[in-house]
Design a binder for this molecule. Structure first.
Ligand SMILES: Cc1ncc(COP(=O)(O)O)c(C=O)c1O
Length: 390
């Protein structure tokens, strides 16, 4: 079978794939069908938190697959209860709803904010709007597309759910206008806009937003789908900003390579969801949860320090290098604005055995949290070389 041709014939044309067929992986190395190895600085878009086929994760997943692969949410199972406990203990949040993706985690957050307002102010309240930032990305379901503050995502699929509003990041006055208007129940934002080009928010803006949300009784909701689970050098990126959110959503790296999403609710919102108000067939699946436990349990202070150090190394090496206009991001979530077109940089990197991602006009790096320093160094040297090419 010619896999590339079969894929092109039968898979929906939503992905412009690179001319690369991956067949296996170990740690931070991926291998193609010829056996050529690639140092992977993208980890399946921030998913393989501990690299390909990490043994601790693999064993937990395999053990759970042999014991109890799935049951419905009509019954208790151990892995999702344990995972929820660990997530709450490590964040101070109070309750968790498990889904299967980042978009679903954000759908849940949107529902929580609206129901919180309904419960408190009555079903007819005007306070049902969801405010997000311009240039944000929150997913591809209809509601999370509506929440995404980029016009490019608002084509073709309308009509979209109503009640979504957007403000410019860092504009405190515009934010206050909306929050005090009485029509906003939840404010959703990423600490580092990922798909938007790896753009971190300032600490002062985030703290002001948290204070305003509290003042106007708007749920402060942090989208940690990409930034979370150690990626930015703290377990969740908001923990580096000195705020206490009401809702936190996450996915991607949480599962370490299996689909799981989570919506964490704090004190204010913890009792909003009741039997019947939300659900998911696969949410909290025992295999995914067992894998996720091995990820969260290994993201300790020592690893977080390493993540920050490796991130600093990337910044130090590439900032000011030939062909590099800027380096942004936090921890092991980095954006590099190249002088060359990003597509050329990605292709040249592939040819030289390095996998990188893009985000708008930037090269985006989301390497494994435990990438060996020597591999990171080799890959960054190659990237630096590629960026410097005419
Ligand atoms: C910040 C953010 N939110 C939500 C999503 C959607 O996640 P998923 O693709 O798992 O639905 C993404 C995906 O890139 C993301 O980066």
């Amino acid at each position: 079978m010619n896999i590339k041709q079969t894929d092109q014939k039968y898979i929906a044309g939503t992905y412009a794939r690179f001319d690369l067929l991956l067949t296996s992986g170990k740690g931070s190395l991926a291998f193609d069908e010829t056996g050529k190895g690639y140092i992977d600085l993208g980890t399946g878009i921030g998913v393989n938190a501990f690299g390909y086929c990490d043994e601790v994760w693999q064993q937990a997943v395999a053990k759970q697959a042999c014991m109890l692969n799935h049951t419905s949410n009509l019954y208790y199972t151990a892995p999702c209860a344990e995972l929820a406990e660990v997530l709450c203990e490590r964040t101070g949040m109070k309750k968790v709803f498990f889904g299967n993706s980042g978009a679903e985690a954000n759908e849940c957050a949107i529902k929580v904010a609206r129901k919180y307002a309904s419960d408190k102010y009555g079903e007819e309240t005007e306070k049902k709007g969801i405010l997000t930032l311009k240039n944000s990305f929150h997913g591809r379901t209809l509601a999370t597309l509506a929440a995404t503050g980029q016009d490019g995502y608002h084509k073709f699929f309308g009509p979209f759910p109503k009640g979504f509003y957007y403000v410019e990041a860092e504009d405190e006055a515009a934010l206050e206008e909306y929050l005090k208007s009485g029509k906003i129940c939840g404010f959703l934002m990423e600490m580092v806009q990922g798909e938007g080009g790896v753009i971190p928010l300032s600490e002062s803006y985030v703290q002001k937003a948290a204070a305003l949300a509290k003042e106007y009784d708007v749920l402060l909701m942090i989208d940690e789908v990409q930034t979370g689970n150690g990626r930015c050098g703290t377990l969740y990126a908001y923990q580096g900003y000195g705020i206490t959110p009401d809702v936190v959503t996450t996915a991607k790296g949480l599962g370490g390579g299996l689909p799981i999403g989570a919506c964490l609710m704090g004190e204010k919102a913890k009792d909003t969801l009741v039997p019947g108000s939300h659900g998911s067939t696969f949410g909290g699946n025992p295999i995914c949860a067992a894998g996720a436990l091995t990820i969260i349990n290994r993201i300790d202070e020592a690893l977080l320090l390493e993540i920050r150090e490796k991130g600093d190394y990337i910044e130090k090496t590439l900032l000011g290098a030939k062909g590099v206009k800027s380096v942004t991001g936090k921890g092991l979530m980095r954006g590099i604005l190249p002088e060359r077109p990003v597509a050329d940089v990605v292709k040249d990197c592939i040819a030289r055995g390095v996998l990188v991602l893009t985000a708008k006009n930037k090269i985006r790096l989301l390497p494994a949290l435990n990438i060996p320093f020597e591999q990171l160094k080799s890959a960054i040297e190659i990237l630096k070389d590629v960026l410097a090419a005419e």
